[in-house]
Ligand binder design. Structure first.
Ligand code: SAH
Ligand code: SF4
Ligand code: F3S
Length: 446
């Protein structure tokens, strides 16, 4: 019997889908050891905090949560406090944890989540602490278990890491260089998921367009080839992917939207800025014109496609004029939704060293203007859905009200509508009755 049998765990996840998916893997491994999940850290024997180095205030919230673990540990000396994820790939963070948060028992990084069960067993058995971080690795670990957050949809990593080194971004340092999984491994994983009731997969990578898989016989497989392969998997209903880098969005991929019936007509295409000079300083490798051309091409070849983006406000040296370029680009594209970020310094990145940082109050004022414009745009887009019938994959019941179901349209819009839980996992026709800023309301069409 495993030493961990019967122990209760909870995982607190910050950050993007990569981290969410890593947390699913950590949960899968713990359940194989006989552990059971609980919601509150106060009730658990093991807490894992999976950290992010990018998202707003994720670092401050992390240290706040870490502080709270001290009390739990004082009450229960057997309690195991674990931290992992992107922040652990930064040495200054590990140093801070060791000096200021000595109650942490296990620290591991993004490249070795597979070794967590072994570390945990060792810590419980020998009552020691463990720190294990790898700089990067050349291989990909296959076959780790995962405990899915959703029954009918799943993330599937197709590649790891990033080679782009945008000057503001820490991800290439925390996730290492690009590595693509074998197409056969990806297809086999999706077939297993489909056999286990999954209807929709989201292919994950920091820049999925630069996926470069190699079949066992040595032939190459690019991202679009992979989509065509996955589109043939019987029983699968929907394919999504994220994130796409505009510099690598090929005509071949745009064509795949037209050819592949399972590929959802939705793209997350981070622009970061509407100003060509800022984009150059960000090392994004495309300019405003190229981005707008891509959007025009997508809209022409894929009628009705929905588009979302990421935008950073207040990159070092951003002038009023450069910010206006972002405002006019937002207007020209007409995004369905957008994640907006206040530029924040990430130690170790080139932009952190730039001496023309933008004052906080200027950043905030620009940010508020941008968010208002984006929200207005989203509300107008959503209002235009009223009266349309959309195919919705029913994901579950609303947390507030059991008689309300929630799901997503093909274009990734969140919809709620009255209905019975027996429909969960099915794709139903929903007539949209109301368009709000962040979601739609509707009713099932019989
Ligand atoms: N690989 C993806 C996104 C990775 S990080 C891509 O290239 O689009 C997610 C988002 O965080 C980025 O798109 C960017 O908008 C934002 N971001 C990254 N570093 C940031 C920083 N230092 N300050 C503010 N926002 C940042
Ligand atoms: Fe960061 Fe740029 Fe890589 Fe995205 S493409 S993860 S923003 S370096
Ligand atoms: Fe954050 Fe790491 Fe994702 S830094 S955004 S969790 S890749």
């Amino acid at each position: 019997m495993s030493l961990l049998e019967g122990k209760k765990y909870n995982i607190i996840t910050f950050g993007c889908q990569m981290n969410e998916h890593d947390s699913e893997t950590i949960a899968g491994m713990l359940q194989e050891e006989g552990c059971t999940p609980v919601l509150a850290k106060e009730e658990s024997d093991i807490t894992i905090i999976n950290t992010c180095s990018v998202r707003e205030n994720a670092d401050k919230r992390f240290f706040g949560t870490l502080g709270q673990l001290k009390k739990i540990k004082e009450k229960n000396p057997e309690y195991v406090a674990c931290v992992c994820g992107c922040m652990m790939q930064q040495q200054h963070i590990i140093d801070t944890i060791k000096s200021k948060y000595p109650w942490v028992d296990i620290i591991f990084g993004t490249h070795n989540i597979d070794s967590f069960p072994e570390l945990l067993n060792k810590v419980v058995r020998e009552k020691v602490k463990a720190v294990e971080i790898l700089e990067d690795r050349s291989d990909i670990i296959e076959g780790l278990p995962a405990k899915r957050l959703f029954r009918h949809k799943s993330f599937v990593n197709i590649m790891y890491g990033c080679n782009n080194f945008c000057t503001y971004c820490i991800v290439p340092y925390t996730r290492g260089r690009e590595k693509s999984r074998k197409p056969e491994d990806i297809v086999a994983e999706i077939k297993r998921l489909v056999a286990d009731d999954v209807k929709e997969v989201t292919l994950l990578g920091q820049n999925v367009n630069s996926y470069q898989g190699v079949f066992s016989d040595g032939t190459g497989c690019d991202f679009t080839d992979l989509i065509y392969l996955i589109n043939d998997i019987e029983g699968l209903e929907r394919i999504r992917f994220m994130t796409s880098h505009p510099k690598d969005l090929s005509d071949k991929l745009i064509q795949a939207f037209a050819d592949c019936d399972k590929l959802c007509k939705y793209i997350h295409l981070p622009v970061q800025s509407g100003s060509t000079s800022v984009l150059r300083r960000m090392n994004r490798k495309y300019d405003r014109e190229k981005y707008l051309n891509l959007v025009a091409k997508l809209r022409e070849k894929v009628p009705g496609i929905t588009i979302s983006t990421d935008i950073i406000v207040g990159f070092p040296g951003e002038t009023e004029e450069e910010f206006e370029d972002t405002m006019t680009l937002v207007d020209a594209v007409g995004y369905d939704s957008a994640f907006t970020f206040l530029y924040s310094i990430r130690t170790g990145t080139p932009a952190a060293e730039y001496d023309n940082q933008i004052p906080e109050e200027v950043k905030h004022a620009r940010f508020n203007r941008l968010v208002d414009a984006i929200n207005e745009g989203s509300a107008a887009k959503n209002a235009a859905y009223v009266g349309r019938v959309e195919k919705v994959l029913v994901e579950g019941q609303s947390k507030k009200d059991e008689s309300t179901l929630t799901g997503r349209t093909d274009g990734f819009k969140l919809v709620d509508f009255p209905g019975d839980s027996s429909l969960i996992g099915q794709i139903v026709d929903v007539e949209i009755t109301e368009g709000k800023t962040f979601s739609l309301r509707g009713r099932i069409v019989e």
